[in-house]
Design a protein around this ligand. Structure first.
Ligand SMILES: O=c1[nH]cnc2c1ncn2[C@@H]1O[C@H](CO)[C@@H](O)[C@H]1O
Length: 539
């Protein structure tokens, strides 16, 4: 038996030693090791007190047992009350490398911004709303030119004609009392902008069905966001709320599928270069404000991944690629890369676009610019289906990172290439679970990808739709879903999010130095706040 136990510990040690966080763990400072023990103790203690399987939570299928890494939308209220979440929300996160800009500001904040705009109008395609249609009849928003503003009093009035514009304030103030009045209006709009547990885990519990609901949230938010006065504040809110969660660099995908934004005058005539000018201005303002407060280390900056939808034709794609090249020439410091977004399982695969995409690489050489591909690929449960096959094309075309890459662990050669070439996978844990690629975090392929030596950045994807604002929730779900993760695992994600970002080498050096300073503050905070109770307990 003794020999067996010895061989057993050796095998465990050998296996653990192959995990990339092992080397990091060995290099941890004494304080980091103590903080790591505290994190592990808190996790173990909260396993017993919060995720003990005894507290039933409300769920579409009735009372459901809780477990660490369980369905996020059901667990969220419990997560925010844990000590572990409190700690993770104070942790510096490095960069956010995968988020769709138009899903990054809390739905209630977006609604508040819209309510301040007299030009903003709302309509719906149906004559009447009632309790049973509130979830299926969607509001449509648009900022109108002054000469088209209406005085229509109410959207829930019996006399409402479908598709008539109502000023947003009127629609809200006079929203039917039987539907909850003005707070009923807020609920109607917010529900249309978010996915709730009864949808993800009940009515829409497959990837195809939940994508229908998911896509509809963008059709509602588009009319609110793509209006210069709101977009300007939206970008500011995105940057500031990221900083508040400890994210110091963001690389959002911005959708340029619409060629124009609605301007202050209500006309849809603001071209992409003006979007960039606004983004640049707001970014600089935010940086200056934080620097004035002595918070230089908290804000490193932002670059944009130019994106369009994978529903365009090849000819249309050529327009976007030329547009992207022109923007790169005008804003070289802001354009990080190019991507095609949208539901991979049902839209066009990368191979369909091979010709224009390969030509794009040649055009860059002619013009002396570099715009790496940073493709979504493999966001699917499939093996060998179109979305999964996108992984081959993304890698062959030289993608710098892979967005999602959920199915990559099924491909031994692709895993090898990602390891050899340092192609980082942007894993979006909560997105994958809410969009039903995985039932819960313990089922997620992340550990398989990570522990086979492929680099990973944790990302939030569409936080305003899923309610996982910032990165703390995604870090939480990943941390609790393993018995082996330590502070070294967290450190690895955080540092990799800068290492594999589109910052240049000098910017990265600065970012690492700032991160190191903030990390020390964070570790000290953990020791100061929890050291006594948990440190002593574990000795
Ligand atoms: O997880 C994702 N995978 C692919 N496309 C996405 C995801 N999240 C959002 N979008 C796409 O981005 C657009 C908004 O900018 C949406 O239209 C949506 O299709």
């Amino acid at each position: 038996m003794e020999t067996y136990l010895k061989r057993r510990s050796e095998l465990i040690a050998q296996d653990r030693a192959l995990r990339p966080d092992h080397a990091i763990a060995k290099a941890l400072s004494a304080d980091e090791q103590k903080a790591s023990e505290i994190l592990r103790s808190i996790r173990a203690s909260e396993d017993r007190t919060v995720w003990n399987g005894k507290l039933p939570v409300k769920h579409i299928h009735g009372p459901q047992q809780m477990f660490p890494g369980m369905e996020f939308l059901t667990a969220r209220d419990s997560i925010v009350n844990t000590k572990l979440f409190d700690i993770l929300s104070k942790m510096p996160k490095g960069g956010l490398l995968h988020a769709h800009l138009d899903a990054t500001v809390r739905a209630d904040v977006l609604l508040r911004l819209a309510l301040e705009q007299p030009a903003m109008h709302v309509r719906m395609p149906s004559a009447s709303l009632n309790a049973s249609t509130l979830k299926t009849v969607l509001p449509e928003f648009r900022a109108l030119p002054k000469n088209q503003w209406t005085t229509t009093g109410s959207i829930t009035d019996a006399a409402y004609t479908p598709n008539t514009w109502v000023p947003i304030q009127n629609a809200r103030s006079n929203f039917g009392a039987e539907l909850g009045g003005s707070s009923g209006f807020d609920r109607w709009v917010i529900d249309a902008l978010m996915i709730d547990p009864s949808e993800a885990y009940g009515t829409h519990n497959t990837t195809a069905k939940i994508w229908e609901k998911f896509q509809s949230t963008f059709s509602v938010s588009d009319g609110l966001i793509r209006f210069v006065p709101i977009w300007t504040q939206y970008v500011r809110e995105f940057l500031l709320s990221s900083v508040e969660d400890g994210i110091s660099y963001v690389e959002p995908r911005i959708l340029f599928w619409f060629k124009y934004m609605v301007g202050e005058d209500g006309e849809e005539n603001v071209p992409h270069r003006v979007w960039f000018q606004i983004y640049d201005r707001v970014l600089n303002e935010v940086k200056e404000e934080l620097e004035k407060q002595g918070r230089d280390d908290e804000v490193i900056g932002s670059k944009i991944i130019y994106s369009t939808l994978r529903n365009v034709t090849c000819e249309e794609l050529e327009w976007y690629l030329e547009d992207c090249l022109a923007l790169k020439q005008e804003f070289p410091h802001l354009v990080a890369g190019f991507d095609l977004v949208g539901h991979e399982d049902s839209l066009k695969p990368l191979i369909y676009y091979a010709e224009p995409l390969l030509k794009f690489v040649e055009r860059q050489k002619e013009l002396g610019v570099h715009i790496p591909f940073i493709f979504h690929a493999g966001e699917t449960i499939g093996d060998g289906g179109v979305a999964d096959m996108n992984l081959y094309d993304a890698i062959l075309m030289g993608t710098q990172r892979i967005g999602h890459g959920f199915s990559i662990a099924k491909h031994p050669r692709l895993m090898e290439i990602c390891r050899e070439k340092g192609i980082c996978i942007e894993i979006c844990p909560i997105s994958n679970e809410v969009l039903r690629l995985t039932g819960s975090m313990p089922m997620h392929p992340l550990p398989a990808i990570l522990n086979h030596g492929v680099h990973v950045a944790l990302c939030s994807d569409d936080p305003s739709v899923f309610g996982n604002m910032g990165l703390s929730f995604d870090f939480f779900q990943v941390f609790v879903a393993s018995e082996v993760n330590t502070i070294a695992t967290l450190r690895e994600f955080v540092w990799d999010s800068i290492r594999f970002s589109s910052l240049d080498d000098t910017e990265k050096q600065y970012a690492f130095a700032a991160l190191e300073r903030r990390w020390t503050v964070f570790v000290n905070h953990v020791l100061d706040t929890y050291g006594e109770s948990f440190g002593l307990e574990s000795q």
